[in-house]
Design a protein around this ligand. Structure first.
Ligand code: HEM
Length: 458
C-alpha cells in the first residue's frame, strides 16, 4: 500500500515541478509589468563616448529626464542612474541582477605588506626628482610625474620591474598613450613572462625541498594558479596579459589623477593646505613618512581625501550590465541592459551637500562622517559618497588607492611649496578633460620649492 502511494507521488512529481516553474514564470511576468524608465529621444552623441566628458553629458540628460533613464548606445540598451536612492537600488537591492562585467580576480594581494617597501622606495625616488628640479628652479609637470610614479609602483608590484627602467619599452607609461603602447606592451609582457617562467624553472630545479622563499610578484601568483592543476582559475596566456593590462588601466590613471586633483585643490585653498600640514607635523613629525597606521589620528587629512574624492571621483561612472529583468525605482530594467551610475553627480547632489561645488573638507568632520575605521566612509556603505562604487563589484584596488593617495599627497605637501602662475599663488584651473577617468584638462605644472632644510631622509 505504502509502495503504491510512493509510486503515485513519484508520478505526480514532474507535474508538481512543472507547475512551480509555470507559476514562477507567470509571477515574474506579472512582476515585470513595470514600465521602462523614461527615455530621451535618440542620442547621436553617445556613439562618440570616448571623445566626451561622459559624466557631464550624462548630467545634462538626467537634469532633463530624471534620476533613472533608459536609452540606447548604438544598439545596446542602457540605463543611467543619477541619485543616491536609485544608486542604492542598483548597487544594493538589485545587486545580484546587475553584477556583470568581465570578471576580475581579487586584488587584495596588491596591498600585501611584503610589497610596501616598493611604494616607499618609489615615493622617495619621486621626491628626489622633485628636489633636483626645485634646486634647478625648473618647472615640473607634476601630473606626468605622478602618473610615472603610479606606473612604476604598479609595475614593480605586478611584474617586479619598473616600467621606466627601459626607455625603449614603456617610458611613456601604460596609461597616457595606451593605444600606441598596446603592441609594445604585448612584446614587453611576452619578454617578462618568459623571464618569469625561466626563473621559476630554475627555482623549481633547485628547490626540491619545496623552499620558495623568493619574493613573489602578482605575475608569479598568476603563474602559480596557471600551473596548479586543481585551481579553479585556469588562465590562458592571453588572459594573463589582459589581467595585468586591466589592473594598470584601472589603477594608475585613477590613483595619480586623484593626487593631482588633490594638490590642485590644496593650492587653490591655502588655508586647507596649512591646516593639513599642521595636523601632520603634530601627529607624524617633520621627518617621517605618513603611514596608514597614522590615519586614525589624522581626521583632517581623512576629511581632505574624502572631499577630493567627492568632487573628483576618478572613476566617475560605474558601468555594469543586468543579467536578468529587474525593477528599479518602479521601472523595469530588462536583462542585458548596460547600467551606468553617475558617481560624480551623486557627490555633487545639492539635495544632500551644502554648497556642493565648494571644496570644504570641514563638512566631513561631523559625527556622521567619523567612522572608527579610517576612510571606511569611502567603501560603498554611504550612498551619498561612492568613489569606489559599492558591493561585490566595487573597486578591488580601493585599499591600494587609499594608501597611495594620502601617502603621496602628504609627502609632497610636507616637502614642497608648489608655485603656480605669475605670482606663484595660483589659481590652478579646475577644468576636466575628456576620458573615462576624470583627467584634468591641463596637467598640473608647478615650480617646486623645498620647504624643509635639511630635506628629510624619506
Ligand atoms: C582613487 C583611485 C581609484 C578610484 C576612484 C577607483 C574607482 C573605481 C570604481 C568606481 C570602480 C567601479 C566599481 C563598481 O562597479 O561598483 C572600479 C573598479 C575597478 N578598479 Fe578601481 N579605482 C581606483 C583605483 C584602483 C586601483 C589602484 C586599482 C588596481 C590596483 C583598481 C582596479 C580596479 C578594477 C580591476 C576594477 C574592476 C573590478 C571588477 O570589475 O570587479 N582601481 N574602480
Amino acid at each position: 500500500m505504502a509502495n503504491l502511494q510512493e509510486q503515485e507521488y513519484l508520478l505526480l512529481l514532474p507535474f508538481f515541478l512543472a507547475s512551480i516553474i509555470l507559476f514562477r514564470t507567470i509571477f515574474n511576468k506579472v512582476q515585470n509589468k513595470a514600465p521602462l524608465p523614461p527615455s530621451p529621444p535618440a542620442l547621436p552623441i553617445i556613439g562618440h563616448i570616448h571623445h566626451l566628458i561622459p559624466h557631464q553629458a550624462f548630467h545634462k540628460l538626467s537634469t532633463r529626464y530624471g534620476p533613472l533613464i533608459y536609452f540606447f548606445i548604438g544598439s545596446k540598451p542602457s540605463a543611467l542612474a543619477s541619485t543616491p536612492d536609485v544608486a542604492k537600488e542598483i548597487l544594493k537591492t538589485n545587486e545580484a541582477y546587475i553584477l556583470n562585467r568581465p570578471k576580475v580576480a581579487n586584488l587584495d594581494f596588491l596591498t600585501y605588506e611584503q610589497l610596501s617597501h616598493v611604494r616607499h622606495e618609489e615615493i622617495r625616488r619621486f621626491l628626489r626628482l622633485m628636489l633636483k628640479k626645485s634646486m634647478a628652479a625648473e618647472a615640473v609637470d607634476v601630473g606626468a610625474e605622478l602618473m610615472r610614479l603610479a606606473n612604476n609602483i604598479m609595475s614593480r608590484m605586478l611584474l617586479r620591474q619598473r616600467c621606466s627602467d627601459s626607455k625603449s619599452e614603456a617610458d611613456e607609461g601604460f596609461g597616457k598613450r595606451l593605444k600606441d603602447a598596446h603592441n609594445r606592451f604585448d612584446l614587453m609582457m611576452e619578454r617578462i613572462m618568459k623571464e618569469h617562467e625561466d626563473e621559476r624553472n630554475k627555482r623549481n630545479e633547485k628547490a626540491v625541498d619545496g623552499d620558495h622563499a623568493a619574493e613573489k610578484d602578482i605575475l608569479d601568483i598568476l603563474l602559480d594558479k596557471y600551473e596548479d592543476e586543481r585551481s579553479e582559475l585556469r588562465l590562458t596566456r592571453e588572459n594573463k596579459k589582459a589581467f595585468i593590462m586591466n589592473i594598470f588601466r584601472a589603477g594608475t590613471d585613477t590613483s595619480s589623477a586623484t593626487v593631482e586633483w588633490g594638490l590642485s585643490e590644496l593650492i587653490n585653498h591655502p588655508d586647507v593646505m596649512e591646516k593639513a600640514r599642521q595636523e601632520i607635523n603634530i601627529v607624524v613629525g617633520k621627518n617621517r613618512v605618513v603611514e596608514e597606521s597614522n590615519f586614525a589620528n589624522l581626521p583632517y587629512l581623512q576629511a581632505v581625501i574624502k572631499e577630493v574624492l567627492r568632487l573628483h571621483p576618478t572613476g566617475p561612472l560605474v558601468v555594469r550590465e543586468s543579467s536578468e529583468d529587474c525593477t528599479v525605482a518602479g521601472y523595469r530594467i530588462p536583462a542585458k541592459t548596460r547600467v551606468f551610475v553617475n558617481l560624480w553627480l551623486i557627490g555633487r547632489d545639492p539635495n544632500h551637500w551644502e554648497n556642493p561645488r565648494e571644496f570644504r573638507p570641514e563638512r566631513f568632520l561631523s559625527e556622521e562622517w567619523n567612522p572608527e575605521i579610517p576612510m571606511l566612509d569611502l567603501r560603498g556603505q554611504n550612498f551619498h559618497l561612492l568613489p569606489f562604487g559599492s558591493g561585490r563589484r566595487s573597486c578591488p584596488g580601493a585599499t591600494f588607492a587609499l594608501q597611495f593617495v594620502p601617502t603621496t599627497l602628504v609627502a609632497i605637501i610636507k616637502c614642497f611649496e608648489l608655485r603656480v602662475g605669475d605670482g606663484g599663488n595660483g589659481p590652478v584651473d579646475m577644468d576636466e578633460g575628456p576620458g573615462l577617468t576624470l583627467p584634468r584638462a591641463n596637467s598640473l605644472v608647478c615650480v617646486t620649492v623645498a620647504r624643509l632644510n635639511p630635506f628629510p631622509s624619506i
